[in-house]
Design a protein around this ligand. Sequence first.
Ligand code: AMP
Ligand code: GLY
Length: 419
Amino acid sequence: MNVLLIGGGGREHALAWKISQSPRLEKFFAIPGSPGIADFAECVENISISDNAALVNFAKEKNIDLVVVGPEAPLVNGLTDALEAAGIKSFGPNKIAAQIEGSKIFAKRLMKKYKIPTADFEVFDSADAAKDYIRAKGAPIVVKADGLAAGKGVIVAQTLEEALAAVDEMKNFGAAGSKIVVEEFMDGEEASVLALTDGEKILPLIAAQDHKRVFDGDKGLNTGGMGAYAPAPVVDEKISARVEEKILKPTIAALRAEGIIYRGCLYAGLMIVGGEPKVVEFNCRFGDPETQVVLPLMEDDLLALMDECAAGTLSDKKISWKNQSAVCVILASGGYPKAYKKNLPIDGISKAKTLGAMIFHAGTKISDGELVTSGGRVLGVTVTAPTLQEAVDKVYRCVEVIHFDDAHFRKDIAAKALK
Ligand code: AMP
Ligand code: GLY
């Protein structure tokens, strides 16, 4: 099969690494790809991932059999619809199905209508009405922009003042913040369950836990994710069965009942409250950095599974997993998620690899023949080991040998699970 991967972050590097192991793979391209992905695929940088027509033309020209779409933006932008119209198979939901991430209101209303467990909520298009509701409900309370806001459109307000200010901040998200969701605060432990689906059958992957806050002890601003580990013991067998029966299967069925066939990866962000999983959010794609810890543990041929999802022929066969743990620590540029420097030379990657790490590039580029930083999240240092404790010890030995100016990382990834 000839495959085109869309995206160039750490998640896409992990996808490329796993896809490259498939015996079915023939030619492999990535747009835009990255210096990490370049180990596996030919990277094409001069086509924008928001230019559907150009992407379709490229796929036709290269006889692509399957397009794998990594990030949410091109999915919400209808890339898979454009590919389908041209007769090209793709892994990833179509535009209307991607609304499950693209519009929080769509997702919340779907969950309410089909009784999928989630926080109670109200939708507002007027700031004053939202504020009245918040005053009546009190804090803690959560304020969310309806549309895509690069992970920044959610404010978990601990006080009434913060919640009221959050309503005003929603204006900063433009159209994405013109409607807002105010929802009940859920107190529990978070986990992410990603699942492959062809629109009818659904195959959950092992649960992972992300660390969204920038500093140790879950302090500081929300980020795209500072590290992850899998499997996450908070999702034990019982909870995992509940997630499948109460959340994943009903959501795919609810979408079908609405005339929507969801094909690709469905990401359920969960809060485990008193032993019951509730949905915090859905995403229409693989998680980042969850993918970097889930795929290294997967035994199966991911490309074959993705092709079955795209074709609508996913089998009932359960996925096999290595009996190990994986941990990923993100090396970020100092200052992230606010302003940070770029173009800082990176060294120590080869050394970390000799110590057993997989290095997934999240924000790097080659400049004058040298590897430099080009994003807030720079590298995802990932290891697998027989136990979670061993994986944690090993990952930090690897992190220590990588250097760039002002590098920042959390020192407590997976600590919650080891307590
Ligand atoms: P989201 O982008 O919807 O995943 O929200 C970002 C983060 O905000 C989540 O990972 C949670 O940590 C937190 N969050 C969102 N909604 C709630 C809620 N209803 N209760 C508590 N925390 C929440
Ligand atoms: N790790 C959070 C996300 O992928 O949305």
